[in-house]
Design a protein. Structure first.
Length: 310
């Protein structure tokens, strides 16, 4: 069976051309790659997971204090069975929290990037959660440097397009499945909205990517973080980098009785970045697929409506 590769990002400094070629090939084929050697300490990841688990263990009425009606789930808590994959009849079997970028409240993006809220019941949540946010933001920027080089752009092409990106860290809790024959799945087949997604702690079975007509399981090895392309980058690169359909399946047997936790980081561009196909990604074999440009913020709003978050 084909397998999504794991690549050591430290090779970007020591074996750049080969690393960029291998990374680009992985993304062109799968839209996914596992990144090792990223340098994010295990203690930072474990500490964040402990804080997130402590929050999700709180009583429902306490968690709902942090649900912001009308906020589209942009910050704070989104309850169980709200988000629904596009075109799915059934809501996902998950609840989650959103951490966003801390920006000055006089920023030009303040109206579309609200302040964070933090659960007072879990004192470690803010420091651990935002520390992981910053670490993944930095790693994502490193991956984007390599992706830029692969499509013959300057290494820092994306730097000023993501430095105030509307990126989201999403701790997710998939509760134990206690009923048999539930029609819902933990996360229905979908593509991500953003530039790239970095998933920390995908060591438990369930994540699958659709490739060449079959579902391939992805479980990361060691410290590897799963990084996949989102629709905004697919659009910008005219599908040179594909945003691949993926899902989180329900485990079978006793495993279904166990909770699953995962923490994706959705790296978004700055809200005013215009998603217009890059000229370098247009060829006679791959003509321009999107004649109309759209800003990242407008595109995000369109997609949030589709998945029933706004």
């Amino acid at each position: 069976m084909k397998k999504v590769p794991t690549l050591d990002i430290r090779r970007y400094e020591t074996d750049r051309d080969a690393f960029v070629a291998e990374l680009g090939a992985a993304y062109r084929e799968f839209g996914f790659c596992c990144i090792s050697g990223h340098g994010i300490p295990k203690e930072a990841i474990d500490g964040a997971y402990e804080a997130f688990k402590a929050f999700f263990a709180l009583p429902d009425e306490v968690k709902r204090k942090y649900h912001i009606p009308g906020g589209g789930g942009a910050r704070g808590y989104t309850p169980f069975k709200v988000e629904t994959a596009k075109d799915s009849k059934f809501a996902d079997l998950k609840e989650f929290w959103h951490v966003g970028r801390e920006i000055p409240r006089d920023s030009k993006f303040a109206d579309v990037m609200p302040p964070n809220v933090w659960p007072e019941e879990v004192p470690s949540f803010k420091e651990a959660g935002y520390g992981l946010y910053q670490a993944l933001d930095d790693l994502g920027s490193r991956v984007l440097r390599a992706l830029a080089l692969h499509i013959e752009l300057p290494e820092n092409f994306f730097a000023d397009k993501v430095n105030v990106g509307n990126s989201i860290l999403r701790p997710i809790h998939y509760p134990p499945i206690t009923q048999t024959d539930v029609p819902n799945v933990r996360a229905g087949a979908h593509e991500d909205i953003n530039f790239i997604t970095l998933l920390v702690g995908a060591s438990m079975a369930g994540l699958e990517v659709f490739s060449d007509g079959e579902w391939l399981p992805i479980t990361s090895e060691g410290d590897a973080i799963v990084v996949n392309i989102g629709d905004m980058l697919q659009r910008l690169t005219n599908h040179v980098y594909p945003s691949t359909t993926h899902r989180v399946t329900n485990p079978q047997g006793d495993a279904a009785r166990k909770a699953r936790y995962s923490v994706p980081f959705f790296l978004h561009p700055n809200p005013d970045v215009v998603l217009d196909v890059l000229p370098s990604c247009i060829t006679p074999e791959n003509p321009k697929r999107y004649p109309e440009p759209i800003t990242a913020h407008e595109y995000l709003q369109e997609r949030l409506r589709e998945i029933k978050l706004i």
